[in-house]
Design a binder for this molecule. Structure first.
Ligand SMILES: Cc1cc2nc3c(=O)[nH]c(=O)nc-3n(C[C@H](O)[C@H](O)[C@H](O)COP(=O)(O)OP(=O)(O)OC[C@H]3O[C@@H](n4cnc5c(N)ncnc54)[C@H](O)[C@@H]3O)c2cc1C
Length: 351
């Protein structure tokens, strides 16, 4: 695979990584952005996408999704290149001061500076612990609701696993499609969780229980323990139910929505000075102990650090000046106002 060359590589497409694109863009530094998730927004989208945030300056209220959409609109003039579902696993500083960066799936970057906006770590979906199930990933097994292709749902027996808002809402939505007789509706919808207790909003649980009461949704209290196949096709899961009996659940598609677990994992091995599993930075440039690697947002540690989005936005502004100075030593650039700089207006396409 060809190596991707870039001025700056941002690890993390959470709110702070997205705003980092903007601050670098103002300094005419192009950025590629890598995230383990299939979509931008980080914690804002994955953990509280539909809940309002009240402390973004000048936005009295906006949901995690809205904030992400606004950030994406703001950085559009800089055409950042995104690489989703890629976990950055290796970072090596070369003798010429540039960095070789690799992802687990094999992408390779050659970048002048690296900005870690990695939050609490790469969000990796929690999986079902059933031996051999991983072989069906992307065909019959999915871990992101928005990544399930229509062909894996239409006319299929779909089993959703999880007790999260996302799991219940997804299963209920599929049942609605069945009730409406939609062409792409599944043949049968089941949801499995080890017990009849859910970690979701009351309204979502209410809708879910309503669908179960109507017989549209089949709830299984239990845990999958094994699988059955026919050729290279998954045909059923065996389940240890709450009464201790082993039952067979025929399936065509399994959608596991058990939440995400953040894994700082690889980042801890890149030779950066850490403080209690967060990255130590200097407060003038937000540079780490490795020259050319900067860090912003929830991933950093310094005295008084507040894990808030607005703190991350400030840090991204400082780090952009640091990256500029690193790429062109001695040239941090003068402070320019976006209201009045013709150069910035041209970049933003508003002149
Ligand atoms: C329930 C909840 C409510 C909150 N409410 C508020 C609020 O009201 N106001 C507020 O200001 N803050 C709030 N926060 C905190 C806020 O969400 C965080 O401060 C913010 O998301 C940090 O942004 P970030 O971009 O630094 O990191 P994140 O949002 O965590 O994004 C980091 C991204 O980096 C990716 N990543 C990490 N490592 C790798 C790797 N090795 N390879 C590839 N990708 C990687 C992750 O997958 C993730 O998408 C809340 C947090 C929670 C959990």
């Amino acid at each position: 695979m060809a190596t991707i060359q870039t001025d700056a590589l941002i690890v993390g497409a959470g709110p702070v990584g997205l705003f980092q694109v903007f601050e670098l863009g103002l300094r005419e530094i192009a950025a590629h952005v890598v995230d383990a998730l299939p979509l931008p927004g980080g914690q804002c989208v994955e953990l509280y996408g539909d809940k309002p945030i009240y402390d973004i300056p000048a936005l009295p209220a906006c949901t995690g999704h809205e904030l992400t959409e606004r950030l994406l609109a703001q950085i559009r003039p800089f055409s950042p290149q995104f690489h989703f579902e890629q976990v950055v696993s290796q970072v090596a500083r070369r003798d010429d001061g540039r960095f070789d960066v690799r992802t687990r799936a094999g992408l390779q970057f050659d970048c002048g500076a690296l900005v870690l906006a990695a939050g609490v770590g790469a969000f990796v979906p929690r999986t079902l612990k059933v031996a051999g199930l991983e072989a069906f990933e992307g065909r019959q097994l999915f871990h992101h609701a928005e990544r399930v292709p229509a062909a894996a749902l239409a006319g299929k027996r779909v089993l959703v696993s999880g007790a999260t808002d996302q799991a219940l809402a997804f299963a209920t939505r599929l049942c609605r499609q069945v009730a409406e007789g939609a062409a792409d509706a599944p043949a049968r919808v089941s949801l499995i969780h080890r017990r009849d207790v859910f970690d979701a909003a009351d309204e979502t649980v209410g809708d879910f229980r309503g669908a179960c009461a109507q017989g549209a949704l089949h709830f299984i209290a239990g845990q999958p323990t094994g699988l059955e196949t026919g050729g290279d096709t998954l045909t059923a899961l065996t389940v240890l139910d709450a009464s201790g009996a082993t039952v067979r659940e025929p399936v065509d598609t399994v959608v596991v929505l058990q939440g995400l677990s953040p894994k700082l994992g690889p980042l801890a091995d890149w030779g950066l000075a850490l403080e209690r599993r967060q990255v130590a930075v200097d407060l003038a440039r937000f540079q780490t102990s490795v020259p050319g690697i900067f860090a912003v947002g929830d991933v950093v540690a310094y005295p008084g650090k507040q894990r808030l989005i607005l703190s991350g936005f400030h840090e991204a502004t400082m780090a952009a000046a640091g990256v500029a100075g690193h790429l062109s030593p001695g040239d941090d650039g003068p402070l320019e106002y976006t209201t009045s700089s013709p150069r910035i207006h041209k970049l933003l396409g508003v002149s």
